[in-house]
Design a protein around this ligand. Structure first.
Ligand code: 5AD
Ligand code: SF4
Length: 465
């Protein structure tokens, strides 16, 4: 199949579906103005930016090629850890010199967290809006155009989701689709419930019609998104379960791969494994953040499961007929984490045999209960633990990757490293393989490649023709 890359803008109008979006469904007319969005953070943030871009396109703006030329500059922020939050004010400082005559907005998690204080610290900002208020953006943009200053959208008390008429998709191969927003858990270290608000699921029909339109636009891979994606509860009369929704999205004609992230262990049921086993379109990869291998620390984190209960879920995955890859998130240096607690996180790596681990040092966050807990771990000790954990995982990945030499995988090609004469693509289990091929124009194609060489974080191979 040949594939073009000009489907970055997909009109996603559907009957009744965008009732909250205060924009016309007619094709946008140019108003001569342009916008630029700079995004940090998770995939939810990346996809939010695609939808926010749609709000501006629908109002007649065009996407600027650089910040300097934009009339509206938006900074889509993250506040999951202190470092991400610190970056924001230094970046806003850098924008000060070019702020004259422009609209500058701060959106996303730090906007929600800092609220009005942003205007104090950066008076050249005129819009502060958290993600739970994005549905009000069209109206806020209209007020800014009419000369409004200092508009805030910080309402967290909502049962609505953010739907747009147009979504400007930046990834031409993998389309993100939100199925649930916010989070109803209250992990003691996490700002997300405070910045993204309560859990809200989208009606299943809205998700499915978006999936069909994406397939019509040429997409073959869909990634369903949610902070706790598997807590999905269909608010419509159909009341589909998460697994039923997975199966229906997977049956949309033209869709070859369906991924979903992030799963919460508490809502991870055996039916999800059964669905993956029975449905080749559902990718054989599960991201299942554990956060700690110590039941004591998990309790202090309010994760709602023990090490043993987590391992039981891993056992279901290992019992599947398909080989399903498993990745996770781990926090080291949580307040009061003893050497023994930490050891249990390290031994969990071996007990599970993860295909990938995202490890973080604990970072105290505002309004979280963990931020006032005693027995903080010194920063150097956190980094020592991080290095020990990452070193053990590196060994596990070397062993795993060495075993893959000689195996062939179907890859969706997403990168061309022209200087190296290599292509790169992902397998359904989310492995990245860099490979050589005698063929041209492979971007967007599905190809078979055999692994010839392995390193801890990469695989090298050649196309099987
Ligand atoms: N400190 C360090 N890491 C954190 N995460 C969430 N909150 C914190 C924090 N306060 C990590 C968790 C989560 C991932 C997205 O970020 O591991 O799964
Ligand atoms: Fe944060 Fe926990 Fe919700 Fe994940 S489940 S977003 S870690 S509060």
């Amino acid at each position: 199949m040949s594939k073009t890359f000009d489907i970055g803008i997909s009109a996603l109008a559907g009957p009744g579906e965008f009732a909250q979006a205060n924009v016309d469904s007619a094709p946008p007319l140019s108003n001569g103005k342009s916008f630029f969005i700079e995004t940090f953070g998770c995939q939810m943030n990346v996809h939010d930016a695609e939808k926010v871009a749609g709000v501006f396109l629908a109002r007649g703006y065009r996407a600027a090629q650089s910040i300097a030329e934009a009339d509206v500059m938006l900074y889509n922020t993250c506040s999951i850890r202190e470092k991400a939050a610190q970056k924001v004010f230094s970046r806003l400082g850098a924008w000060r010199g070019i702020a004259d005559g422009k609209i500058i907005g701060v959106i996303g998690c730090l906007a929600q967290q800092e609220g009005e204080d942003i205007f104090e610290r950066a008076p050249w900002v005129s819009l502060v809006c958290g993600s739970a208020s994005y549905r009000k953006l069209p109206q806020m943009v209209a007020e800014l155009e009419a000369g409004g200053r200092r508009l805030m959208g910080l309402d967290l008390d909502t049962d609505e989701t953010f739907e747009t008429e147009i979504t400007r998709r930046d990834n031409p191969l993998r389309a993100y689709v939100t199925i649930i927003e916010g989070c109803d858990y209250s992990c003691s270290y996490c700002v997300v419930p405070h910045t993204r608000g309560p859990e809200r699921s989208r009606p299943s029909d809205a998700v499915l019609s978006e999936a069909r339109r994406l397939a019509d636009a040429g997409y073959t891979e869909i990634q369903l998104l949610g902070q706790t994606v598997n807590s999905y509860r269909d608010p419509s009369a159909r009341t589909l379960s998460f697994v039923e929704l997975l199966r229906e999205v997977a049956s949309v004609a033209g869709i070859r791969r369906v991924r979903f992230t992030t799963s919460h262990p508490n809502d991870f049921h055996r039916e999800i494994v059964d669905a993956i086993d029975a449905t080749p379109v559902l990718c054989d990869h599960i991201h299942l953040p554990v956060q700690s291998g110590s039941t004591r620390v998990l309790g202090a984190m309010r994760r709602t499961y023990t090490r043993e209960e987590y391992l039981e879920k891993i056992a279901w995955i290992r019992a599947a007929r398909r080989l399903i890859s498993v990745t996770t998130d781990i926090i080291v240096g949580f307040p009061g984490e003893t050497e023994n607690d930490f050891e249990q996180s390290v031994t969990l790596l071996d007990a599970v045999g993860y295909d990938g681990v995202y490890a973080f040092t604990y970072s105290p966050r505002p309004n979280t209960t963990a931020s006032t807990m005693p027995d903080a771990i010194p920063e150097e000790e956190k980094y020592r633990r991080l290095a020990v954990l990452q070193d053990r995982q590196r060994q596990i990945q070397i062993e795993r990757n060495n075993k893959l030499v000689g195996s062939a995988f179907e890859l969706l090609v997403d990168t061309h490293h022209s200087a190296r004469g290599q292509w790169a693509g992902r397998s359904t289990s989310n492995l990245i393989v860099n490979f050589t091929s005698p063929l041209q124009n492979l971007l967007g194609e599905y190809v078979q490649a055999r692994v010839t060489r392995a390193a801890p974080f990469s695989l090298v191979g050649e196309q099987v023709i």
